[in-house]
Ligand binder design. Structure first.
Ligand code: COA
Length: 380
């Protein structure tokens, strides 16, 4: 009997077409709807990139202003959701709060099941506007602080930082360079073809389930440390090492023990993640402004040892982890920050899946017991 061609982890399987983004491991590059991500990072706001991902073209000034006005009008949270968030344990993982919030929001949308593209975009747009408020509220309630009201005159990045850190002197929300570096991270995290969370959202969508269910499932997939959760684990590792002069020994020991080092490696990129250079630039700039040389030294040592010992390169989470730390975010909120960006890519893929749907249902090769007879319970 010939062995079936089983691709564990769907490794190397092309599951469908997508026009949203293209990951090119041969040139370590990534485009969103044809535009190189590093150009988008340099020239566009996060909102322009979301518009591009959803509607296929960069917006004109008029289109952008209409898009922004709509998104800003959604910046309010329903009292029931606020009460729900306050009722959740303060020591649960913040990704659980986000997952619960999206699921809860879905119960109030009588049209959730409508397979209408405009309605899916509207769901995405509401979540894009409201999830930053959920995350800001969750950060502040854990610190015993009240939610800061959103400001409808600010863009997504600046408004979010203002809601988390306030606008008093010294807040990073008042520093345009910090805001710009945070916004760059949102653009870099926005989209990445058929990664595990996006693929999860497409699997759920393929059953003709609703977009809230697809996004709730995607949040669950993103939480895992082999996917979005890695940015938190990178920082936990760095905090554990603490002293840059000990980073070399730590890495050598971990690699000797055959441990997986978070923030390194990628299923698709084998010789470097296209998003790392832009994020690394932001990380280094943040470190200069916020006395973070220690983390840069550690970053460099870890990267060098990994490269020398295994040839495995960093992925986006490696510079993003310490960058978010320098911005002042609690470490277990790093993956929720990823959600605030990736909601844009998920929405684009959910629409794409709806528009050319085929139920996603692979085959499996059976390796359990041979067929056998049921013995009644009294004779077992
Ligand atoms: N640290 C140490 N070794 C690693 C590694 C890492 N971060 N990533 C891959 N490897 C090694 C594996 O141990 C394996 O070695 P082996 O063949 O001797 O067993 C080999 O490289 C291939 O790894 P594999 O897990 O089969 O590749 P993959 O394509 O499934 O892995 C990831 C991709 C992302 C799951 C993997 O690189 C990883 O776990 N990285 C850390 C988590 C992370 O940063 N995730 C965010 C991704 S953007």
């Amino acid at each position: 009997m010939t062995e079936p061609d089983v691709r564990k982890g769907l490794n190397g399987v092309i599951a469908d077409y997508t026009g949203v983004s293209k990951v090119m491991p041969e040139s370590n590059s990534l485009t969103y709807r044809g535009y190189p991500v590093q150009d988008l990072v340099e020239h566009c706001s996060f909102e322009e990139v979301v518009y591009l991902l959803w509607f296929g073209e960069l917006p004109t000034a008029e289109q952008l202003s209409e898009f922004n006005a709509r998104g800003r009008s959604y910046r309010s949270l329903d009292a029931g959701l606020i009460a729900l968030i306050h009722s959740l344990p303060k020591d649960c993982h913040p990704m659980d709060v986000l997952r619960t919030a999206v699921s809860y929001m879905g119960t109030f949308d009588p049209d959730a099941f409508t397979r209408d593209t405009d309605h899916i975009y509207s769901i995405g747009h509401h979540l894009l506007a409201q999830l930053p408020m959920v995350v800001a509220m969750d950060i502040r309630r854990r610190a015993g602080q009240d939610l800061i009201a959103p400001d409808k005159n600010k863009g997504i990045a600046e408004n979010f930082l203002s809601m988390v850190f306030g606008t008093d002197e010294g807040s990073i929300a008042n520093n345009p360079d910090d805001v710009a570096d945070f916004e760059r991270s949102l653009i870099l995290y926005a989209e990445h073809s058929f990664n595990a969370s996006t693929f999860s959202s497409r699997v759920i969508t393929s059953t003709r389930s609703d977009a809230y269910s697809a996004i709730t499932g995607a949040i669950g997939a993103l939480k895992g440390p082999l996917h979005g959760g890695a940015n938190e684990f990178v920082m936990h590792t760095m905090l554990e090492i603490d002293d840059p002069s000990k980073a070399g020994e730590w890495m050598t020991n971990a690699l000797d023990r055959k441990e997986r080092i978070m923030g390194f490696g990628h299923r698709v990129y084998r010789s470097g993640d296209s998003r790392v250079p832009s994020m690394e630039r932001s990380f280094r700039a943040l470190a200069e402004r916020h006395d973070g040389d220690k983390w840069v030294q550690m970053y460099e040592t870890m990267q060098k040892i990994m490269e020398d010992r295994t040839g495995i390169k960093p992925n986006l989470d490696f510079p993003a982890g310490p960058a978010y730390y320098l911005m002042g975010f609690p470490v277990d909120f790093f993956t929720p920050l990823f959600v605030l960006a990736r909601i844009s890519g998920w929405t684009a893929h959910i629409v794409e899946q709806y528009e050319s749907n085929a139920l996603i249902r692979p085959l499996s090769a059976y390796n359990g017991p041979e067929e056998r007879k049921v013995v009644p319970i009294e004779s077992r």
